[in-house]
Design a binder for this molecule. Structure first.
Ligand code: ADP
Ligand code: ASP
Ligand code: MG
Length: 814
């Protein structure tokens, strides 16, 4: 004999009930007991209609009508029209009784726990009756039995306690004597010794099935639901979660106690005593293996078996100098809570005995504060104990696994993962069984914490990076294309899963929590909402994803000024925008400190030399104890392009124009030609070498005439270049006469930095610098005479995009 229980979703409508029938017909057993829940959502509707009635709100009728329609519609779909009348009239008569009960509650304006249980029991009564009728109609040799006749409880409505002896005896008598092949039974509902309807708690149909399985020594208890087993974490919150193939009773109990709703916690006890295994299966995917729960699991598997969470938790802390060394304080504390039926989910006590802290359900907190303060009134008045402190809006997350006790370092790994993701831990408890390590965190951090822990413990080191990209011009669009091309490779080879969750340009912005398709992001962005920098930040912050990265591909001051708010929320920042790092020193250093404090990298490799690994190399040199003595560099791809192409056969004006047209200059070419851009770059290198410098400290002897520098439009600028062509030619000639080339050089030595045009003689490292290439010479204590040289393309959208990409990967490996 087997007991199969089908949950709310499995019986939510006629179509699903047909799947249930197929599963039941295929069962290989002499007899099958089918325990069913109310149709999905009906229990909630019943509670809602009861609430409305009790507060004399006529909307109870609308909800009741909805309940009625669902049932009638289902019967009409399940049973052929010529045979419907019996089932329909029974259902209508039950609904009439229900209506009478609700009218009573409406008139009195009140509802007792007993009436509430009675009302809510109609969910399972109606579903089980309908299903039994359908099975019989489908020639399944099925009968209906009312569980109120054999599941017995005490009289505590709402929190009824099962009378196991009476239940066992009656199950054997009533079900044991029923010979039909299939017996359909309502879950969740029971009756007291006095004959009143009671219920077994939300989710209690699982428990009904377990009680029957234990009483009748079933071969197996199958829990059929809407997921393929007990998962490594709640699959609604953690997309990567997967079913655990085999698990012990104790592990399953711990997981369900700490929030794995797929199994109602009391379910395990009755079958555990009898050694009956539980098999969790998916009604919508009967072929998948599901989860087997038995005494000992054979499979070795992981130490951590699952990660669960309980929401709506509050912490209650009792503290005070009078607690130290005084026996009995904890006893009184727990006694008063238990006296008022407040159950304690988690306990921590500091070894100093200075405080006790317990986690309880948030709905109990007001009452708890009142009764605990009352219980310790004497001590509070004498300032031996402080009034109890309550903290709300919290949640518990727990790691569960039988073998955790024999493994060191799991809690360390758990807490460092949470810390890295900026999840603040309010309290910690390790169950005495050591099958569970729990932490209390803020409710809004649950999703991030679960996903981060799941990644750490279950995902073979695949790390998910969540990108929010601002600016999709030349560089930004190349960057998105590169991600699209490399995504598969990164996942397979570097175990990095990169998702772009948000994109914004100056007009529109768009978000997709599952990741924006990079094949058609342009179209998606076009249809996005109006761009707004503050809303963009708010959205990222509110999504609260682990490993969130804000990517700034703009050149905007406004965007640069938002970095601090990102970093403060543990959102990493990757940018090719030089403004922040070349702004005043305090701002630069504050951002670097925030990055450290909030564990959120702030990377800007592309600020100098586009994709060349200049800053990263410098960082490695310094970190490994080297010291920078001198930096000499050609850092402007645009100026290099200009001076490589300018000679006595061209005009300076035309070359600059060409550089602008080919995208080698900033939109305002004066930023490059005045040397500002190079000043910013050498400033950043000097700072990254550990020097305190500001832009005003950098020497700059301009080669442009003052008049050109003073222009305010590009047009005026270009005409002034024409006007001064003769002086540019002189500049060229002076260099050519000494066999030298003109190069715009940045230099840093002895704490001083300068930029300017120089004559570079043949044989110098800079002499043969091609096109828009950059070169940097680092003279350091380890490289005093022969400098370390980094050279290569230092401008262009493609290489800049790849530099940003490299920073993202650095964060992935962080
Ligand atoms: P039923 O109505 O079939 O009893 P429940 O809604 O009570 O189903 O339980 C199944 C649901 O439990 C799943 O849809 C899932 O959202 C939730 N759940 C939470 N944690 C877990 C977990 N660790 N494994 C599987 N399901 C879980
Ligand atoms: N129908 C009840 C509930 O929704 C019992 C159950 O589904 O297990 O809580
Ligand atoms: Mg359930």
């Amino acid at each position: 004999m087997k007991v199969l229980k089908f949950g709310g979703t499995s019986v939510a409508n006629a179509q699903n009930i047909t799947l249930v029938k197929n599963i039941v017909s295929d069962v290989d057993a002499d007899q099958t007991i089918v325990v069913v829940s109310a149709f999905g959502g009906i229990t909630d509707l019943l509670l809602q209609t009861a609430d409305f009635a009790a507060s004399q709100d006529l909307r109870y009728k609308t909800v009741l009508k909805e309940i009625e329609d669902r049932h009638i519609d289902t019967i009409k779909k399940l049973i052929p029209i010529n045979k419907q009348s019996k089932a329909l009239s029974k259902i209508k008569s039950d609904l009439n009784t229900l209506e009478t009960l609700l009218e009573g509650a409406y008139l009195i304006g009140e509802i007792t726990p007993r009436l509430s249980d009675k009302i809510v029991s109609y969910g399972e009564l109606l579903s089980s009756y309908s299903i039994a009728e359908f099975f019989a109609e489908q020639q399944l040799d099925a009968v209906y039995r009312d569980s109120r006749d054999f599941i017995k409880t005490n009289d505590l409505n709402g929190k009824a306690v099962v009378d196991t002896n009476a239940t066992n005896k009656l199950c054997k008598e009533i079900l044991g004597e029923t010979k039909s092949k299939v017996i359909v039974v309502p879950g969740f509902i029971a009756s007291s010794i006095n004959g009143n309807s009671t219920t077994l708690g939300r989710g209690g149909s699982d428990f009904t099935a377990a009680l029957i399985a234990a009483a009748l020594d079933a071969e197996v208890l199958e829990i059929w639901t809407d997921v393929s087993g007990m998962y490594t974490a709640n699959p609604k919150i953690v997309k990567q979660a997967h079913a655990i193939p085999h698990i012990s009773y104790e592990e399953a109990m711990e997981l369900s106690h700490f929030g794995a709703k797929v199994l109602y916690p009391p379910t395990i006890q009755p079958v555990l005593t009898k050694g009956i295994s539980i098999h969790i299966k998916n009604t919508f995917d009967p072929e998948s293996a599901g989860t087997l729960i038995t005494k000992n699991r054979t499979e070795k598997g992981k130490t951590v078996r699952g990660i669960t969470h309980v929401e709506n938790i509050a912490l209650l802390s009792l503290e005070g100098p009078g607690m130290v060394g005084i026996p009995g304080i904890s006893k009184r504390f727990f006694e008063v809570l238990s006296l008022h039926d407040i159950s304690v989910v988690l306990i921590t006590q500091a070894s100093s005995e200075h405080s006790i802290c317990v986690g309880i359900s948030d709905s109990d907190i007001e009452k708890a504060v009142e009764i605990v303060n009352q219980a310790f009134e004497y001590e509070i008045e004498r300032e031996k104990i402080w009034p109890v402190i309550a903290e709300r809006n919290l949640a518990i997350i727990a790691l569960v696994g039988d073998n955790m006790k024999s493994h060191q370092g799991l809690s360390g790994k758990m807490f460092s993962t949470l810390g890295r993701n900026n999840v603040n831990i309010r309290a910690i408890a390790q169950g005495a069984s050591e099958r569970n390590i729990s932490a209390v965190i803020k409710k809004e951090d649950v999703k991030k914490a679960l996903n981060a822990l799941h990644e750490e413990f279950f995902e073979e080191n695949v790390k998910q990076l969540n990108l929010f990209v601002m600016g999709v011009g030349n560089v930004g669009s190349k960057f998105l294309n590169q991600i699209q091309q490399q995504r598969k490779y990164l996942k397979e080879n570097l175990k990095l899963n990169i998702r772009v969750i948000g994109i914004s340009n100056s007009r529109n912005m768009v978000f997709d929590e599952d990741g924006i398709s990079l094949k058609n992001w342009e179209d998606v962005l076009k249809d996005g909402e109006k761009a707004d920098k503050a809303l963009f930040f708010n959205k990222i912050n509110q999504l609260n994803y682990r490993n969130s990265i804000f990517v700034d591909n703009t050149a905007s001051d406004d965007v640069a000024s938002t970095y601090a708010s990102y970093l403060k929320n543990s959102i990493s920042v990757v940018t090719c925008n030089k403004i922040a790092c070349s702004s005043n020193y305090t701002n630069y250093i504050d951002l670097k400190n925030l990055a450290r404090e909030y564990n959120a990298p702030f990377l800007f490799e592309t600020n100098v030399g586009a994709g060349l690994p200049i800053i990263d190399t410098l960082k490695h040199l310094i970190a490994s104890g080297d010291k920078v003595l001198k930096i000499q560099a050609v850092l402007s791809g645009s100026l290099n392009f200009v001076f490589n192409n300018f000679n006595d056969k061209t005009t300076f004006h035309d070359v600059v124009k060409q550089a602008q047209e080919e995208g080698y200059t900033e939109p305002d070419p004066k930023i490059d030609l005045s040397g500002i851009d190079v000043m910013r770059k050498i400033l950043i290198l000097a700072r990254e070498s550990g020097n305190r410098l500001d832009i005003e400290d950098i020497g700059n002897t301009p080669f442009l005439p003052e008049e050109s520098l003073a222009t305010t439009t590009n047009e005026d600028f270009f005409s002034s270049l024409k006007k001064y062509e003769a002086s540019f030619q002189e500049m060229y000639k002076a260099a050519a006469d000494t066999d030298s080339k003109l190069k715009y050089v940045a230099q840093f030595e002895d704490g001083k930095a300068s930029v300017g045009l120089q004559h570079i003689p043949k044989g110098h490292d800079f002499y043969n610098l091609e096109g828009s290439d950059n070169i940097v010479l680092f003279y350091t204590e380890r490289y005093p005479n022969q400098p370390m040289i980094i050279k290569g393309a230092g401008a262009g959208a493609d290489v800049t995009a790849s530099g940003i990409f490299a920073d993202i990967i650095r964060i992935g490996n962080f």
